[in-house]
Write a protein that binds this ligand. Structure first.
Ligand SMILES: NC(=O)C1=CN([C@@H]2O[C@H](COP(=O)(O)OP(=O)(O)OC[C@H]3O[C@@H](n4cnc5c(N)ncnc54)[C@H](O)[C@@H]3O)[C@@H](O)[C@H]2O)C=CC1
Ligand SMILES: O=C(O)[C@@H]1CCC=N1
Length: 277
């Protein structure tokens, strides 16, 4: 007999860490039944955590015959362990769509390991945990429009998405929005610490910094105006902002930022080479 929830695709996660939890959370929030999802996660403590967070979820310590039936397999493991996990799963797999969130690992490698061409690569970010993720996606040529729709429907539960044309573009996405939340947290630390050195209590400095990021990002999103216009509106002639931006320009913060992002992009390609096939 057909289960009343069987209209939902059956999804298996390989790896049940941060990213898998973020996507699982998004799916559950949007009403995807837990009995249409399963997770392969070898670490006992992490399985216990998932069991508590998502009661009723099927949790498996290793790949097995359960992998024959899913419509979608989400690879949410580290680039370093992907090859080993793929080897352990390959013999059990049916013919699902594969969605990988691993940084750097190319779809050529994944296709070779899994013997499948139906591969979408995604680069999400951790704000997916609160439904405000930003994900870049790229599809291998064999991926059908229906496959794209399935991948989109899953990722959309975690926030916004954009499709890019090439896997090289996905390395740039990785450097920009994949790693990007860490840059924001880094600035939050710097602003909190600077505020504290200027005499504010740390918690007040931190509250001001977070509120400023949320407010400025929301303003940029809603106004649709270019960031330099928004910046100029803050910058009074001969005023305080001008003093700060002049100091940042003198230190070439924008140039340093570009160097940093290019380092992340290069690292994504290196991970693909080092841990791919
Ligand atoms: N954390 C982030 O901000 C982002 C991470 N990513 C990518 O997501 C992937 C996963 O990252 P996280 O979730 O942060 O890592 P994580 O370390 O939180 O999760 C990985 C999980 O995989 C499990 N695992 C290890 N070997 C396994 C195997 N053979 N089979 C099944 N599971 C296995 C580990 O026990 C762990 O729980 C990485 O490839 C990373 O590049 C992508 C975007 C953002
Ligand atoms: O740092 C990393 O390698 C992963 C990919 C993007 C964010 N975290």
């Amino acid at each position: 007999m057909t289960s009343p929830t069987s209209r939902f695709p059956l999804i298996t996660f390989v790896g049940g860490g941060n990213m898998a939890s973020a996507i699982l959370g998004g799916l559950v929030r949007q009403g995807h039944p837990v009995d249409r999802m399963q997770v392969i996660e070898p670490w006992d403590e992490q399985r216990a955590r998932l069991a508590q967070q998502f009661p009723g979820l099927t949790l498996l310590a290793a790949a097995g015959p359960e992998l024959a039936t899913p419509d979608l397999v989400i690879w949410a493991i580290k680039p370093q362990t992907f090859r080993e996990a793929a080897a352990a799963a390959a013999d059990f797999l049916g013919h699902p769509l594969h969605l990988s969130v691993a940084a750097g690992i190319t779809s050529d490698s994944i296709a070779r390991w899994l013997g499948s061409e139906r591969i979408v690569r995604a680069m999400p970010n951790t704000p997916a945990l609160v439904g405000l993720g930003m994900t870049g996606l790229v599809a291998r040529t064999a991926v059908t429009p229906e496959d794209r729709t399935l991948a989109e429907s899953v990722i959309r539960t975690t926030g916004e998405l954009v499709w890019v044309s090439t896997e090289a573009d996905l390395d740039a996405v990785t450097a920009l929005s994949g790693s990007g939340p860490a840059y924001v947290f880094y600035f939050l630390e710097a602003m909190r610490d600077a505020g504290t050195r200027m005499g504010l209590p740390p918690e007040v400095a931190y509250q001001l910094a977070v509120g400023t990021f949320v407010g400025a990002a929301t303003l940029a999103q809603r106004s649709g105006e270019p960031p330099q216009v928004l910046r100029e509106r803050v910058t009074s002639k001969g005023g305080t902002t001008h003093a700060a931006i002049t100091s940042m320009d003198a230190a070439d913060i924008k140039g340093l930022f570009e160097t940093a992002l290019k380092a992340a992009q290069t690292r994504a390609a290196e991970l693909g080479q080092a841990f791919g096939a």
